[in-house]
Design a protein around this ligand. Structure first.
Ligand code: 6IA
Length: 138
């Protein structure tokens, strides 16, 4: 199984440690195409990296190839929202994980999509259980 994991990069790296743990858990189910999203050394600026058009083309190709897209959406990111929309277009199963945060709500464009399986969690253990449940129903 090929898994596309989406998490914020230029939107902000506050949750990078969480992304890494979720990616480690997802590897139980197959190949995670986007391991760099959990790279602790990757900053929100992404200096000295590939060009934007390279990133765009490669990521669009990976979404097409992927069997499933899992997104951690607690840190709002234009790129992650765009990837979710593309995965919808390609008719991929989509899981979006939202961490409960006081005073914050998930975008209605994600929370309101009938093509997205949206779940809310408080702890990493809860998030991994929700991932397990999603994969067992695929
Ligand atoms: O708008 P954002 O940058 O927050 O969008 C984040 C999403 O877009 C992630 O889920 C990634 O799949 C994708 N993405 C954004 N920037 C990159 C990127 N930058 N490389 C790969 N995917 C990206 C260069 C990193 C490089 C220095 C290792």
């Amino acid at each position: 199984m090929k898994i596309y994991f989406a998490g914020s990069i230029r939107g902000g790296r506050d949750d990078k440690a969480l992304y890494l743990k979720l990616i480690q858990h997802l590897k139980k189910y197959g190949q995670v195409l986007t391991e760099h999203v959990g790279d602790p050394s990757l900053t929100h600026f992404g200096e000295d990296g590939p060009t934007d058009s390279f990133i765009y083309d490669r990521d669009m190709g990976w979404i097409q190839q992927a069997d499933v897209l899992v997104a951690e959406v607690s840190t709002p990111s234009l790129g992650v929202g765009y990837e979710i929309a593309q995965a919808e277009m390609f008719k991929k199963p989509i899981l979006c994980l939202w961490r409960n945060q006081p005073g914050k709500r998930l975008s209605g464009m994600i929370g309101g999509s009938r093509k997205v399986h949206n779940v809310t969690y408080d702890t990493l253990e809860e998030a991994t259980r929700l991932i397990d449940k999603f994969f067992s129903n695929l």
